[in-house]
Design a binder for this molecule. Sequence first.
Ligand code: SF4
Length: 84
Amino acid sequence: MAIQRNESDWQLRAACRGPQSAMFFPPQSPERREDKRERESRAKAICGECRVRPDCLDFAVDIREQHGIWGGLSENERKILRVV
Ligand code: SF4
């Protein structure tokens, strides 16, 4: 969790806490498509092992988080989820 808002209990148990949290968000400089795919794949692998994934995804969808990997889904994947 690189972005913290009133840190909840589930956020304290997030598998992405710590230095690896940077891979969940795009870098400041432009990112090549294949680099983005690899970064997101590594982030999603961490989400796949995370005990609070449902809480994280619900939170990101509820607040319409625009950036990063949350609950194992990218911003575009979460948008699709909201439409369905
Ligand atoms: S599901 Fe992924 S983004 Fe959400 S808390 Fe767990 S590791 Fe972090």
